[in-house]
Ligand binder design. Structure first.
Ligand SMILES: O=P(O)(O)O[C@@H]1C[C@H](O)[C@@H](CO)O1
Length: 324
């Protein structure tokens, strides 16, 4: 549908072709699939805005999951940007996601931390949820650490356990929704990126060792994460199906960030904090809720801060210093 323009959230652009509802030359559909993706120049503009205000180049990007924003509190020499002040940035709308981009030093490494992420259920298309990953890339980040709160599906997982993600099942991708949908921007990466080596094996191994050093013993695992669209928690039948498919933990984020990071050749480590046990029995009296997710995150706050600091120290000593 060439020649049709629209204005959503202040951005104007051509309808990307699947719109059937046009009036007076304007696209009448205001849903997220009809928004225009960011151009390379827009991401560059955001990165430049931040680079001009931060006197160092971040090397590691950390995305804080629900209730895990305290990971950013340990940054030294912090410089904070509320999302609402950053050009082209979406804003956080979920409790437990403060909505700030924080630059600083962790284990003496320059890092950038998203204190709050964007979810599909907030009404953002996946490319918008994952946009900060591309901003990080243009600022110099080569390593992503994505964290999330997740329900434990594996029978051995308990609330408070950590699962290092060894692989994911992109359920939203099965349904035809992917952050890389639309014209490919070659300056970020290839049209058809591989995803079979998405998660760095060596970092997973080191993560397990660090977990044990911190006393986690049987409470640290490697497993398969899946992201559903949310915002409702899953039905019993859905959870049983996911378990049969090989999922160990279920959440509402991370996968699209990881896909975007791998597309632009960033190295990835991701982990889930198991904040609730998935309910697989119809006669269970419990119901999952966001409060228990936040409580579990609070309970593990200190341990996770140490965990991430040690991982960053390892990345710095084993990789960053060798490359610089
Ligand atoms: O941002 P994450 O994936 O950590 O948040 C999870 C999924 C939902 O946003 C929320 C449910 O409690 O926590």
């Amino acid at each position: 549908m060439t020649g049709v323009t629209k204005i959503i959230n202040g951005n104007s652009g051509k309808c990307n072709g699947h719109c059937k509802s046009v009036e007076n030359g304007n696209c009448q559909r205001k849903d997220s699939t009809h928004e225009e993706n960011y151009t390379y120049e827009m991401i560059q503009q955001t990165a430049n805005y931040l680079s001009q205000r931060v006197p160092f180049e971040p090397k590691i990007g950390i995305i804080c999951g629900s209730g895990l924003g305290s990971l950013a509190q340990q940054l030294k020499q912090p410089i904070e940007f509320p999302y609402s002040t950053i050009p082209n940035f979406p804003v956080s709308t979920v409790e437990g996601h403060a909505g700030k981009l924080i630059f600083g030093f962790l284990s003496n490494v320059p890092v950038v931390c998203m204190q709050g992420r964007f979810h599909f259920y907030e009404g953002y298309p996946l490319w918008k949820c994952a946009m900060p990953v591309r901003v990080m890339k243009l600022m110099g980040v080569c390593q992503l650490i994505a964290t999330n709160a997740a329900g434990g599906l594996h029978k051995n997982y308990k609330v408070g356990d950590i699962m290092l993600v060894k692989d994911h099942i992109n359920m939203m991708g099965f349904a035809g929704n992917n952050p890389l949908q639309g014209p490919n921007e070659e300056r970020f990466g290839p049209r058809f990126p591989p995803m079979n080596k998405a998660y760095d094996k060596e970092l997973i191994q080191r993560g397990i060792e660090i977990g044990k050093e911190l006393g986690l013993k049987d409470n640290i695992h490697t497993g398969v994460y899946t992201c559903l669209g949310g915002p409702n928690f899953e039905t019993v039948a859905e959870l049983r199906a996911l378990k049969m498919l090989g999922c160990d933990a279920v959440g509402m984020s991370t996968v699209h960030e990881v896909i975007t990071a791998r597309h632009c050749d960033m190295n990835v480590l991701a982990f889930s904090l198991i904040t609730n046990e998935c309910i697989l029995e119809y006669d269970s009296q419990s119901e999952p809720n966001h409060e228990e997710v936040m409580d579990a995150a609070k309970m593990r706050e200190e341990l996770l801060q140490k965990f991430v600091a040690k991982i960053i120290d390892y990345i710095n000593k084993s990789r960053l210093t060798q490359n610089s």
